[in-house]
Design a protein around this ligand. Sequence first.
Ligand code: AMP
Length: 284
Amino acid sequence: MMKTISEVGEIREFCKELKKQGKTIALVPTMGFLHKGHISLIKKAKTLADIVIVSRFVNPTQFAPNEDLDAYPNDRERDFQATSEAGVDILFEPVKEAMYFENHGTWVEVPELAKGLCGQTRPIHFRGVCTIVTKLFNLIMPDYAVFGEKDYQQLTIIRRMVRDLNMNVEIVAGEIIREEDGLAMSSRNAYLTKEERSLAPFIRKGLLLLAEKAKNGEHCAKNLYAVFAHFIQEHIPSARIDYVTMVDKDELVELETLKDSAVVAVAVYLGKARLLDNILIESK
Ligand code: AMP
């Protein structure tokens, strides 16, 4: 049976005990409102370690004051059901007061990787992410932690943080899980109206078109961006592109020209949602 823990002291003691027994632990950090993307990470975690822990915490420090912290979707009952069914061993669901002291003043940052892409419109976001993930690692001491490729910049930053700070955890990536029509699953898809939801798959379609053009010889980033922008304008005129950027896979540096391969990451505002997606493209 799945155990739920909300106290910081309790999770620390429980994990310490598991370690003493020689058990390995895989952690899947989430903000709840779980979907099949999260479940696929849990399935992966189960192949890696004896014990799977899912954290469910909407981390306030990664939201700016004008963002959707208060509106973030939440369904505790459904998350409990989904994690139980997926075979999770421990659901860690702390309250904000348990995770942050009132005068919290320590931050973990990877500024070089956090300044582009989402960092341009969300300058404090990744500092919040790195700090909460570090706190979870310190409490749980997982052998593995699984993160989704949907949040490609986040995954890259976490990998770099772990390497730079010699954290004793292996970061494992899970592929992007999509709806049947191609839309990347996201808790924030819940913000979409019915009409917006029907148009949202064009984001993925635009990326596929861009990838095809790249394969057929268009290697100039600006031209590839234009392909995506025109496609979105044509199919979802109400959407606004936050960014479409071609970057080096590891360093996230923007590339002017495609050499062998690169990641194209996008963020698109559609109604109340800001949707992310990305694709690995190749020059031939
Ligand atoms: P979130 O609850 O949105 O903070 O996401 C928790 C974890 O699930 C992160 O590592 C995300 O990258 C991952 N994730 C979210 N959506 C997907 C998806 N569609 N496919 C795979 N992983 C995902």
